[in-house]
Write a protein that binds this ligand. Structure first.
Ligand SMILES: Nc1nc2c(ncn2[C@@H]2O[C@H](COP(=O)(O)OP(=O)(O)OP(=O)(O)O)[C@@H](O)[C@H]2O)c(=O)[nH]1
Ligand SMILES: [Mg+2]
Length: 409
């Protein structure tokens, strides 16, 4: 089976720019408007992690991606993105649209929490003058809502399902992982949450509701880690707030972002007006004639207030951070021909798999095809042409051919 598809969920207060970010990531046309609760049904689409394509280092003229794209030596590897309805404080108690829509995010592996860093929306998402509201407070309150939502789901599961089966539980970790799998909770998350809460030695039958709650909060942090998109940094009032968000949540967790700037750049690039790749620190105008004075002015602002100050729109950074740093996935390229770096049709580097750090050659073989895994003999590191065994731990950017006793059907 190919590596399990990872899902990035976009969450946050209502009217902070979640759908704008989603649209900038996927180029999907979705409803965007400056009032609360524009999005009701979730939007699902494909965004991309950006990495240097191996074909460049290998000295090959080009490659043939089966999905995603390779542009100017930059490889764009697909990941699933989900944009859902917004929250307001008290959502877990049913305020606003309540928590109903958060349930769409059960399958998310990592959350991008969009915060209005310009402080130009009130706690209910109504537009206000920039600088009127505190984004640190907004982020704190919304994260508390996310914790409450998760706890609500775990508590319900506990009361309706987990508690009932406790009598016959032999393997506690496995039992919890199985029962929480609908929330995308994996065994490793359970192990780490038990350790973090000191509950690993305590029999499940003796857990109090407080134990369940602290376990639930720990599992939320591990199974749905959050990074913050400090959005609307094109508005100058956001600058100080970005600093404060970083102080409060950590330098590594907060990414300054202008979703609006990214959306503008990507749409104009799509129309051939400018040359710009997501994540680039600059753009180049290709066709002045197609540029209206309004767009021209908007691009000047993007240049002055976003690119010069922050180095990029931050949107690509978010996806790369979520996938490569938070989920700790690495890209590897399975090939069938280690000399041509291709599949058997001659397609060069057709696939990129995003696999967990620590994945072995044999595990990769199973991801390509069950039979390749079962009949695994050895693998070839196509960069060095060295043979490696089943326990070889894959490295970032490895190009791997698996040699198996069983043919791939
Ligand atoms: N200045 C600025 N405005 C932005 C940015 N991102 C979004 N907006 C504006 O914020 C408003 C809300 O955007 P949406 O993307 O609809 O927000 P949302 O979070 O999806 O809202 P709901 O679905 O209603 O919860 C729109 O007017 C956007 O143009 C940004 O980076 N900068
Ligand atoms: Mg929306």
């Amino acid at each position: 089976m190919p590596p399990p598809e990872k899902v990035i969920g976009v969450v946050g207060k209502t009217n902070v720019g979640k759908s704008t970010l989603f649209s900038a990531l996927t180029l999907a046309r979705v409803k965007i408007a400056n009032h609360p609760f524009t999005t009701i049904e979730p939007n699902v689409g494909v965004g991309y992690v950006r990495i240097k394509c191996a074909h460049v280092e290998l000295g090959l003229p080009s490659c043939n991606p089966r999905s995603g794209a390779c542009i100017r030596g930059e490889r764009f590897v697909p990941v699933k993105i989900m944009d859902v309805a917004g929250l307001i404080p008290g959502a877990s108690q049913g305020r606003g649209l309540g928590n109903k829509f958060m349930d769409d995010l059960r399958q998310a592996d990592v959350l991008i929490h969009v915060v209005d860093a310009s402080g130009s929306t009130d706690p209910e998402g109504k537009p206000a003058k920039p600088g009127s509201f505190d984004p640190v407070e907004e982020a704190r309150l919304i994260q508390a809502e996310i914790d409450e939502w998760f706890w609500g789901v775990v508590k319900r599961l506990w009361e309706t399902k987990i508690q009932r089966g406790l009598l016959n539980v032999t393997d506690q970790v496995d039992y919890l992982a199985r029962n929480l799998s609908g929330l995308s909770v994996r065994k490793q998350h359970v192990v780490e949450a038990l350790r973090a809460t000191g509950l690993e030695g305590k029999n499940l039958k003796n857990w109090t509701l407080d134990d369940v709650r602290s376990f639930s909060l720990a599992v939320r942090r591990l199974s749905k880690p959050i990074i913050i998109a400090a959005n609307k940094v094109d508005i100058p009032e956001a600058r100080d707030n970005v600093k404060r968000l970083k102080e409060f949540f950590g330098e590594n967790i907060v990414v300054p972002v202008s979703s609006l700037a990214e959306l503008l750049l990507r749409r104009l690039a799509e129309e051939g007006v400018l040359s710009y790749l997501p994540g680039d620190p600059r753009f180049e105008i290709l066709d002045e004639r197609k540029l209206t004075p309004q767009y021209k002015r908007a691009l000047e602002l993007v240049e002055e207030n976003v690119l010069k100050v922050y180095g990029s729109t931050g949107v690509q950074t978010l996806v790369n951070k979520a996938v490569l740093e938070v989920l700790r996935l690495i890209p590897v390229y399975p090939v069938e021909d280690a000399n041509k770096f291709s599949d058997h049709h001659g397609n060069v580097l057709p696939d990129v798999y995003l696999v967990p750090k620590g994945t072995t050659a044999r595990e990769l073989a199973y991801m390509i095809h069950t039979e390749l895994g079962e009949g695994f003999l050895y693998a070839i590191n196509a960069r060095t042409k060295e043979r490696v065994g089943e326990d070889y731990v894959l490295e970032f950017g490895d190009v791997i051919k698996v040699v198996s006793a069983k043919a791939r059907k």
